[in-house]
Design a protein around this ligand. Structure first.
Ligand code: PGA
Length: 252
């Protein structure tokens, strides 16, 4: 088993291009030379170019927060995989709960985006997670299984190896309420079991990130769990100090 920790900042709809440079610069200076873990920054589309230009030879990677399922054409307002690749993007967050709930993204739609992402040699960061109501109704496992099976329809074993999963309990996102390490670990182990049912031993290689109020104070404890392979960070990724401390603590 050789899973490398991946810590990713999901900046959501924050930071102008100018502000993005101010945030990215100190992060790259502080942790852009280490190779113990993979570090990814996902700015809004409008800042990707500016952040990519700063990366240089550093080990930090740039990702996007979404993309179109279509290759090109008359789709006003959309951004294609090829457009992202041209800006040195290597990962794309897909199926984030905010996209599922505010923009009506379904498992079938997310599946088409995953396929388009892979066709263009981009690595999907597929987000899955249950709402509070679903957890309290004992539906967490059924919800996750449905989201995973839906997103992975038609994905070959070779492509499966390029996919990262982010488990983000919706009730923990932006709420300050983190899943306990034990609770998160149990859910991650379940996700890996579902993946093993689909892809066998390859599931041992899948990076499964935790997301939902991860911060410098809890990153070490979460990442120390056997099935938690990193984090997808919202709020704590918006300040260079907190993101940098979170990464340093996760490395241990
Ligand atoms: P949060 O967001 O760290 O602010 O909870 C995580 C995410 O939505 O990716």
């Amino acid at each position: 088993m050789s899973r490398k920790i991946l810590i990713a900042g999901n900046w959501k709809m924050n930071k102008t291009a100018t502000e993005a440079v101010e945030l990215a610069k100190p992060i790259i200076e502080a942790i852009g030379n280490q190779n113990d873990i993979d570090v990814l920054m996902c700015p809004p589309f409008t800042s990707i170019s500016a952040v990519s230009e700063l990366i240089g030879n550093s080990t930090v990677r740039v990702g996007a927060q979404n993309m179109s399922d279509k290759a090109s054409g008359a789709y006003t307002g959309e951004i294609s995989a090829a457009m992202l690749r041209d800006l040195q993007v290597s990962y794309v967050i897909l199926g984030h709960s905010e996209r599922r709930s505010y923009y009506g993204e379904t498992d079938a739609f997310i599946n088409r985006k995953v396929l388009a992402c892979l066709e263009n040699n981009l690595k999907p960061v597929l987000c899955v997670g249950e709402t509070l109501e679903e957890r309290e109704g004992d539906k967490t496992e059924a919800v996750l299984e449905k989201q995973i099976k839906g997103a992975f329809a038609g994905i070959s074993a070779d492509d499966f190896k390029k996919i990262v999963i982010a488990y983000e309990p919706v009730w923990a996102i932006g709420t300050g309420r983190t899943a306990t390490p034990d609770m998160a670990e149990a859910t991650h182990a379940f996700i890996r079991k579902v993946l093993a049912g689909l892809y066998g031993a390859l599931a041992e290689e899948t990076v499964i990130q935790y997301g939902g109020s991860m911060k410098p104070e809890n990153s070490r404890e979460l990442v120390a769990q056997p099935d938690i392979d990193g984090g997808l960070i919202g709020g704590a990724a918006l300040k260079a100090d907190s993101f940098h401390d979170l990464v340093k603590n996760a490395i241990g």
